[in-house]
Design a binder for this molecule. Structure first.
Ligand code: ADP
Length: 392
């Protein structure tokens, strides 16, 4: 069965097509700058990468080119061969704890969550609607970033605010990157090969989150009501004292929107080091003894360590910790410094084993009390698996 995995953003659309259940990737690509000038797309097919500059006025244009590429590259000979399409949907509110077939009712629900994810859910819906028009016969499923975290208990997802904020306005912790944490959980379960297990999964990318998992279920996670909470990130602050916001507004004369924008887009690595949101630039700066890059690294490590230590205690020991996403899979120094800071837990990083990038590996010594791993995440294949399973 040919299955498409789609991740639509407000001005981008990422796709992968798989032959399922073999999970063989047939073609992948990215449409960029949709609705703005200089739009383009790149496609990876048959080991080749092709880039084309085209006018993409809206998501439907992107879908039109995507279909053309599928046909021209003989990936499909007719659109009926696309039997299932899985869409990443950022927010499933507190209603969706798993992937579902998208019906009119589900689409209405996703729209009703717009206030909870004002940038993401409308873009996801644009993607869903564009494909509904062009490929009307495929089974369409929604894979929610929040779904995996729906197993958290009230004591773990509630904030210490008036209870009516929760009952009336849905103010609570939702958690994000759920598809990645679920992928990591499934893989760790295979590696550990046991039913009763406790793990900590660290998705450290441009956005980052950490989850505590017991027997396949999320117990707690570091992101919150929005993806702004938790660890220090590329451009997001992570956890802060909320009273900073009115104070900075008063001091700078900035509006609420401007301060929120600063916390979202100008904080994190970028805000602290002042150079870049990219961890590679921070590492380069550290190697040149730039004090603010060194500081950024230390703050990042501390924020991750705090969550791991917290979850270790909450779970009562753990069977494994794993690192994933751009930084988790690739940054040797970040992993080393995180694990060395966790030596109180009996964790011993092995510097040779840890010298690994982008592939699965154990990175701690045999005597480490907790084995730690690098596990490359694959959110797209998770979307394709769910789409295949529901279509089948
Ligand atoms: P997202 O999907 O959230 O945009 P990614 O998972 O792609 O993020 O992660 C992006 C981050 O991963 C960036 O900070 C980038 O610097 C980092 N990264 C990617 N490759 C490497 C590498 N080889 N060494 C260190 N960091 C890396």
């Amino acid at each position: 069965m040919k299955v498409l995995a789609i991740n639509a953003g407000s001005s981008s659309l990422k796709f992968q097509m798989y032959e399922m259940p073999e999970e063989k990737e047939l073609i992948s690509g990215l449409f960029e700058r949709i609705g703005i000038k200089d739009s383009c797309y790149s496609i990876k097919v048959n080991g080749q990468k092709i880039k084309k500059e085209v006018v993409l006025s809206n998501h439907e244009d992107a879908v039109k080119y995507l279909i053309e590429e599928l046909l021209n590259n003989n990936i499909v000979s007719s659109l009926d061969e696309i039997e299932a399409i899985g869409h990443r949907v950022v927010h499933g509110g507190d209603k969706y704890a798993e992937t579902v077939v998208i019906t009119d009712e589900v689409l209405k629900d996703i729209e009703s969550f717009y206030p909870l994810a004002p940038l993401h859910n409308p873009a996801n819906v644009l993607g869903i609607k564009a494909f509904q028009k062009s490929v009307p016969n495929a089974v369409v499923v929604g894979v929610f970033d929040t779904a995996f975290h729906q197993t958290m208990e009230e004591k773990d997802f509630l904030y210490g605010v008036p209870y009516e904020w929760y009952t009336d306005y849905k103010v609570r912790k939702y958690g994000f990157h759920g598809t990645s944490h679920k992928f990591l959980t499934n893989r760790m379960k295979e590696i550990l090969n046991k039913e009763d297990y406790k793990i900590i999964t660290c998705h450290l990318g441009n956005g980052g989150s950490i989850s505590a998992i017991r027997n396949g279920k999320c117990v707690d996670t570091s992101m919150g009501f929005t993806p702004n909470a938790g660890i220090l990130m590329g451009t997001r602050s992570g956890d802060i004292d909320f009273t900073i916001i009115p104070y900075v507004m008063e001091q700078t004369g900035k509006s609420l929107d401007e301060v929120i924008n600063d916390l979202n887009k100008k904080s994190g690595f970028l805000g602290v080091c002042g150079i870049s949101s990219d961890s590679r630039d921070v590492e380069d700066g550290m190697n040149q003894n730039d004090p603010r890059c060194i500081l950024t690294h230390k703050m990042f490590v501390k924020s991750v360590v705090n969550y791991i230590a917290n979850y270790y205690v909450a779970l009562g020991e753990v069977d494994a910790i794993c690192f994933s996403a751009g930084i988790g899979e690739n940054s040797v120094v970040v992993r080393k410094d995180i694990l060395e800071s966790l030596s109180a837990l009996g964790i011993e990083v092995d510097e040779d084993l840890n010298n690994v990038r982008g592939k699965e590996a154990v990175i701690t010594s045999a005597s480490s009390k907790v084995p730690c791993y690098v596990i490359p995440t694959d959110e797209e294949v998770m979307i394709a698996r769910d789409a295949y399973n529901l279509a089948k």
